[in-house]
Design a protein around this ligand. Structure first.
Ligand code: FAD
Ligand code: NAP
Length: 543
């Protein structure tokens, strides 16, 4: 078998989710040749893979959409405050067709390796089909939450029923009617799917290791006026979002300490924001993320809500998070999650001190020997987040330096966009950028715009490569850590810190300094001739 000769592009983009699609469009419009390589057989990324029942966005649809083209915003009519996965996927497919993006995407193909050639200043990209590509620029749009994590429980191969992971859900859907179902995990994916599965299943057993703080979405159908008002102002709203801390508008921060007001006033503010729904509660006071006592007031408010909603006091107590501060694991946004535990066909089992020992042919066995039988098991056990997709690829930079080796003790980047020793490699929403702590579309658009402007800058000046100086990277990594350590976030065993993957280095991966501050820093760096980056001419020209 002979392999095909390498195909050459200015840029290879890996991934066809929100990030990869917009990057393709921007590069194409800027006159670069670009090819997207995508493991799935269609566009959509997160919204292609996560088809579990109940999946929907937790940031309002009118904000969780592209803003680069005001016409697009006018064309796409969102039907609900928080759109469902099928609707978001239809939107992404619409975007791919509207801008004729598919012709430059190679589907059903996984990138397995990317090696940098110092002499040619080019990347060689290899796929699981054995094809190779060469390119000057390599843009990783591989997603922060794209590698599903199934727990290392023994005996998974023995289980004779069906099992699924929320992050790799079958396209044809799953019918739970009349089934005895287990859901393992109680993060956002579980919290969205549990109420729907409970309505179908004969019996649902939820296995909870750590209870989560969850707030109601207060979802509703979006009426014409509300949708149109947002669609007409999309550019303005996005410009404003880029100055906020989470890339979301309409979540005003009440700029006062939770401890500076009376208990009654505090309760009123939490109630008001609970009624608004979604992340509104996060801005109730200005010290929830930094002061443990202030944080505890929000934590206790949610616990009281759980006790009010859940009829059985024992179940309610099990559902109350206690051992990490409010909001330091991703806050969940639900539709009738806690209410679901009032159903007679739903049982909550805490596996905190009694973990799953193994899967059996008929179900599972806990460490204390208790056995359960199921027809279907749903793993809502999360992802190898932020670094997982990058480290699954054999990426080698200057002198053969392996990314896996460089990141052995945790990811190191400059601005979450580039890595010292890996010229012309860009990571969209990479570790060290606000990414998962923000409205991701805002952060994706900001990175794609920055990268495209950067490549145009290089082209105009006949420069061949850009990479961070080791000093700039070091300083940024320090800054990212320092800012994280000013907050309560590192106190939680969250996926932000890699705690959900055994053996993963514990490093707080996203940048918590805020979208506004961060975007300003990126803009200043570019305005100052890409401060902190090393820009070099074509190797042959420099001789
Ligand atoms: P992705 O959408 O993850 O796309 C990455 C693509 O890269 C995937 O299609 C993958 O197949 C492909 N890929 C990866 N590695 C390779 C490889 N080696 N070769 C080829 N292809 C590869 N964020 C929000 O801001 N708001 C929300 O409401 C929200 N809801 C979410 C709900 C769920 C269930 C999940 C899992 C995440 C959610 N997120 C949300 C985060 C979400 O991931 C981002 O908002 C956004 O969709 C990410 O887009 P992306 O293009 O960067 O990555
Ligand atoms: P997750 O938040 O990491 O939750 C995984 C759950 O599985 C946790 O409850 C975890 O318990 C549990 N778990 C993991 N391994 C286990 C094991 N071996 N035994 C028992 N329990 C185990 O994953 P996710 O729910 O898929 O969400 C990931 C992220 O995707 C979210 O934080 C969010 O950013 C995004 N998301 C958003 C939405 C949305 O609302 N739009 C929906 C889904 C996902 P521990 O907590 O003890 O580790």
């Amino acid at each position: 078998m002979t392999s095909n000769p390498p195909r050459t592009f200015d840029a290879i983009i890996v991934g066809a989710g929100f990030a990869g699609l917009y990057q393709l469009l921007r590069l194409r419009r800027a006159g670069f040749s670009a090819r997207v390589i995508e493991a799935g057989d269609n566009v959509g990324g997160t919204w292609y893979w996560n088809r579990y029942p109940g999946a929907r966005c937790d940031i309002e649809s009118v904000q969780y959409q592209y803003a680069f083209d005001p016409e697009l915003a006018r064309e796409w009519r969102w039907s609900e405050r928080y759109a469902t996965q099928p609707e978001i996927l239809r939107y992404i497919e619409y975007v791919a067709d509207r801008y004729d993006l598919r012709r430059d995407i190679q589907f059903s193909t996984r990138v397995t390796a990317a090696h940098y050639d110092d002499t040619a200043a080019r990347w060689t990209v290899t796929t699981d089909h054995g094809d190779t590509y060469t390119c000057r620029y390599l843009v990783m749009a591989t997603g922060c939450l794209s590698v599903p994590k199934t727990p290392e429980v023994a005996g998974i191969e023995n289980f004779q029923g069906e099992w699924y992971h929320t992050g790799a859900w079958p396209h044809e859907g799953v019918d739970f009617t009349g089934k005895r179902v287990a859901v393992i995990g109680t993060g956002s994916s579980a919290i969205q799917s549990i109420p729907i599965i409970a309505r179908q299943a004969a019996h649902l057993t939820v296995f909870q290791r750590t209870p989560n703080f969850s707030v109601p979405a207060q979802n509703y159908p979006l009426d014409e006026d509300e949708w149109r008002a947002a669609a007409e102002r999309i550019a303005e709203l996005r410009a404003e979002a880029r100055t906020t801390s989470a890339g979301i508008v309409g979540l005003p921060l009440n700029d006062i300490s939770a401890l500076a007001v009376s208990e009654e006033e505090r309760r009123r503010e939490y109630e008001r924001r609970w009624a608004i729904g979604g992340f509104a509660i996060g801005g109730a006071f200005n010290d929830l993320a930094i002061n443990p006592d202030a944080n505890e007031t929000a934590a206790e408010f949610v616990r009281q809500k759980i006790r009010e909603i859940v009829h059985d006091p024992e179940t309610a107590e099990l559902l109350c998070p206690r051992d990490y501060p409010f909001g330091t694991k991703r806050l969940c946004v639900d539709i009738a999650y806690f209410e679901t535990f009032n159903r007679p066909n739903v049982t909550l089992v805490s596996i905190r001190d009694n973990p799953i020992a193994e899967l059996t042919t008929k179900g599972l066995r806990l460490a204390d020997g208790t056995e359960y039988e199921f027809d279907t098991i749903v793993f809502a056990t999360g992802f190898d987040a932020m670094t997982g997709a990058l480290l699954r690829i054999d990426i080698r930079g200057r002198g053969g330096l392996q990314l896996r080796q460089k990141w052995e003790a945790g990811p190191r980047t400059y601005l979450g966009i580039q890595i010292a020793g890996f010229p012309n490699l860009f990571t969209i929403t990479g570790p060290g950028s606000p990414s998962v702590l923000s409205n991701m579309i805002v952060s994706i658009e900001q990175h794609v715009d920055w990268i495209t402007d950067c490549l145009e800058y290089l082209r105009e000046r006949d420069l061949a490569t850009i990479e961070p100086s080791p000093e700039a990277e070091e300083a940024w990594v320090d800054h990212v850590n320092q800012v994280a350590n000013l907050t309560l976030y590192p106190r939680a065993n969250s996926w932000y810190i890699g705690a959900n993957v055994p053996g993963k280095p514990r490093v707080f991966m996203p940048y918590i300094g805020g979208v506004g501050t961060y975007a300003q820093k990126c803009a200043e760096v570019a305005a100052n001739g890409y401060e902190g980056f090393i820009l070099q001419p074509e190797p042959a020209l420099s001789r």
